[in-house]
Write a protein that binds this ligand. Structure first.
Ligand code: NTF
Length: 806
């Protein structure tokens, strides 16, 4: 096996990379290994496609504008059971696998939770043997690279594709035309039926690239099909010949802009026309592709719902509802009722956020200019939908306003959430609380009209990447204590619980954690210059920077703790390292100030000899999947402190608990289900509940009371806004802190005291040593349910109607 791998790698190095192994760089070795690994996935990949077609198996199509994959080499090798073989082969060649692995750039085609969930789901679908296609955009530039300069975030373009990627196959035969703009022609057939033809004013090509997604033990390999935009005519020769070189390629630039870059903000749509072009571009290509596949295999489109399930990952691909109708009506000549029955039986939609500002809408004028025929179809869908609503609730004209796909308030808009809901047979939230809030708030009225549509599918994470690959030390212990089958069946992790009090096991768990923390300490030193003690409590908050996620609450507590230590340096403090990482959308001013505050606090605290090693503060730049893989196994405490009701689920919370971090968190998103699984004694819950948050919001209760009631809070707000951490610019944080003194939309001040108290419970528990490790073990033992295999099995059974054995 090892010698086979060796010759495969050498052969790729020589004949595909074109390098003499003696002169190969780490990146060359990565390419050679990736190509050799891809070969081993490819046969399975082609076989899977053949079998699915010949057996008439139902396919799942996962439409997502984001796939946050990260590096793939270890994932692919490990899922093909080839990791040890390749490592040994490289060693024989005198090459270090770690360096080869690190040479791969992250595929960062996503912003955060939503995109990472899509990547975990692709892996789980392949693992469960579900025939699935992921459809998305092959962005030339993924999420920006974050550099921290003088404490401020700066954004630089990300370049994962500049040298190509060895994982993909270009499909020169799978190219579709995607139209924009133009006009709609109406005509009446001899049979008296009105028909419509769309004449787009502009057409671009969608070219496809397939990346094989390998399931655990290579059970199946599914394609991730990403579309790249190309101009139909790359050069306008008449302009070129006249010497107008820029003009000659302007069509090309306009077309290719579509797949140039990922929009870098989550939770707040950009509202830009280019974004709508991206959405429609990948949706249209994907639907044309899957319809042509269906027709090739089955002939008739009426059987689509039995053979295909299309999942909309949030509203970003929701225009698919209108595009499917257009294709069925205008291109395939189906009557409206049949087209609608096929569409709504095939689509389902996942909602990932209820933040009001995050719900996607498009001004009618923009929509009509870009997609005139789709707007007609949407009007038609809406008329029928409102008729049905009127019939069901004749006494409630108010209801029509809330369920309408067209928002009639200030400036008419198309609401993508309503469109996705109306066109789908199943709509799901991503945690129990979030789904409950969907029913009660945003989709309350739609839920009354279609009471059986909303269901819950609590998120999950793939244990292959987030446990086996990123934490081999812990995985080895689990195999020994729970049995080697643990890597196939996470449920047996539960066996660990019986040994939670075993001091030998506790010592081993602590030793693995310490080794992981030592590795992280090294990364921290390299990237920030700060030296931290691996024996200290590693307190971690890693996620996108957002006010609702309340990094600011964490930082205010840090500032308060710093003062408390200075005031009483000889008390029995718990040495802590506060570790924070995350990107802010480039235009999100407050989030960028919060990054600056983290860095300013770090400057002051880390250079104050009075606190010695009792407190260190670190902001790690450029948070991405690869950095997460180093931080998560090294965390002791997981910060999940969003305002209750605002974090739809969270998935970092699951990764951290699975790796033995205890959670300090609010009763929000999947934190609630984590608490239910690990038990109240093994988690630090604090803060307002969702009901208390809405009570305050309704009554307009603002920060004044909380500040008046808490001298510590008042003190820390004064310190930060008075320039204590920004002596070079004392007024720097006045506005940020004034936001808390005024509306305090995210109730940072209300939760401050309770958070501070919960942190002191954390200290006490940590100082007691043994109970901490016991709790960590109980956390690990009870996280099996959060495997994305479980989540995907639920989607398969309850939404897609696809057989699955789990
Ligand atoms: C995110 N939503 C939510 O904020 C997270 O709570 C959740 O865990 C993930 O989705 C996955 O479901 C988004 O990223 C977005 F874009 F919808 F706002």
């Amino acid at each position: 096996m090892v010698s086979e791998a060796k010759s495969a790698i050498i052969s790729k190095m020589t004949l595909s990379v074109g390098k003499d192994p003696a002169f190969a760089t780490d990146y060359d070795w990565f390419l050679a290994c990736a190509l050799a690994a891809r070969d081993r996935a490819t046969l399975r990949f082609l076989e899977g496609k053949r079998v699915t077609a010949s057996d008439g198996k139902k396919r799942v199509y996962y439409l997502s504008l984001e796939f946050l994959i990260g590096r793939q080499l270890t994932d692919v090798l490990s899922n093909l059971s080839l990791l040890d073989v390749f490592r040994a082969a490289l060693e024989d060649l005198g090459v270090d696998y770690e360096r080869v692995r690190s040479a791969e750039p992250d595929a960062a085609l996503g912003n955060g939770g939503l995109g990472r969930l899509a990547a975990c789901f692709m892996e789980s679908m392949a693992t469960l043997g579900i025939p699935a296609y992921g459809y998305g955009i092959r962005y030339d530039h993924g999420l920006f690279r974050q550099v921290i300069y003088d404490g401020w975030q700066e954004e630089y373009p990300e370049d994962w594709l500049s040298f190509g990627t060895p994982w993909e196959f270009l499909r020169t035969d799978v190219v579709f035309n995607v139209g924009f703009g133009g006009s709609v022609e109406t005509y009446v057939t001899p049979a008296g039926i009105t028909r419509y033809t769309w004449h787009p004013g502009e057409v671009v090509h969608a070219v496809s690239y397939d990346t094989p997604m390998v399931g655990w033990r290579g059970r199946s390999v599914n394609p991730l099909r990403l579309w790249s935009a190309r101009a139909v005519d790359p050069l306008r020769l008449e302009l070129f010949n006249r010497g107008d070189f820029a003009g000659a390629s302007s069509d090309q630039a306009r077309a290719e802009a579509i797949s140039k870059f990922l929009y870098p903000s989550d939770e707040t749509p950009s509202g830009q026309e280019l974004r709508l072009r991206q959405e429609y571009f990948f949706v249209s290509a994907s639907l044309q592709d899957l319809l042509s596949r269906h027709r090739r295999i089955y002939g008739d489109l009426h059987s689509l719902p039995e053979r295909a399930a299309i999942q909309l990952n949030d509203t970003h691909p929701a225009v698919a509802i209108a595009e499917m109708m257009r294709l069925l009506l205008d291109e395939h000549g189906l009557p409206w009722n049949e087209a609608w029955a096929i569409t709504s039986a095939t689509f389902s939609y996942t909602n990932h956020t209820l933040l009001p500002e995050a719900l996607e809408t498009w001004p009618l004028a923009v929509f009509e200019r870009l997609l005139p025929r789709h707007l007609q179809i949407i009007y038609f869908i809406n008329n029928l939908h409102l008729e049905a609503a009127k019939k069901a609730f004749p006494e409630e004209p108010e209801l029509l306003r809330s369920v309408s796909i067209i928002d009639e308030r200030d400036g008419r808009k198309v609401r993508m959430g309503q469109l996705a809901f109306v066109g789908s047979h199943a709509i799901n939230g991503v945690s129990a609380l979030h789904t409950d809030l969907m029913r009660k708030t945003t989709f309350r009225d739609l839920n009354r009209i279609y009471p059986d549509r909303i269901q819950n599918k609590t998120n999950g994470i793939t244990f292959r990447r987030w446990l086996h690959q990123s934490n081999p030390g812990l995985t080895a212990i689990l195999k020994e204590v729970c049995g080697a089958e643990v890597v196939d069946n996470p449920e047996v992790i539960e066996r660990l619980a019986a040994h939670a009090g075993d001091s030998a096991l506790q010592d081993r768990i602590r030793a693995v954690k310490l080794a992981n923390k030592t590795a992280l300490a090294k990364v921290i030193a390299e990237r920030t210059g700060v030296r931290v003690d691996p024996a200290a409590l590693f307190d971690v908050q890693i996620k996108r920077m957002h006010e609702y996620k309340r990094q600011l609450l964490n930082l205010l507590e840090t500032a308060a703790l710093y003062d408390a230590i200075r005031a009483n340096p000889d008390a029995d403090w718990t040495p802590r390292v506060k570790i924070m990482a995350g990107k802010a959308a480039a235009s999100y001013v407050n989030a960028k100030f919060i990054i600056k505050l983290a860095n300013d606090i770090a400057q002051v605290v880390n250079n104050d000899p009075a606190v010695r090693d009792l407190l260190k503060v670190v902001f790690l730049p450029n948070y991405n999947v690869s950095l997460a893989e180093v931080i998560i196994p090294a965390a002791d405490l997981s910060e999940q402190i969003s305002t209750a009701g605002m974090e739809a689920s969270g998935t970092g919370n699951m990764k951290l608990a699975l790796n033995g971090a205890l959670t300090i968190g609010t009763l929000d998103g999947a934190n609630i289900e984590i608490r239910d699984n690990v038990g109240n004694d093994n988690i630090f819950i604090f803060g307002l509940t969702t009901d208390e948050v809405s009570y305050r919001r309704e009554r307009g209760i603002t920060a004044g009371q909380a500040i008046a009631a808490s001298p510590m809070l008042a003190g820390v707000l004064n310190a930060v806004s008075g320039g204590r951490f920004s002596p070079d610019d004392p007024g720097r944080f006045v506005q940020l802190i004034d936001g808390l003194r005024g509306a305090d939309r995210y109730m940072v001040t209300d939760d401050f005291d309770s958070y501070y108290a919960a942190q002191r419970r954390v200290d006490a528990c940590w100082n007691s040593g043994e109970p901490w490790t016991r709790s960590a073990i109980i956390n690990i033992a009870n996280m099996a349910w959060f495997s994305s295999d479980r989540t995907i099995a639920e989607y398969a059974r309850e939404i897609w109607n696809v057989p699955v054995d789990l």
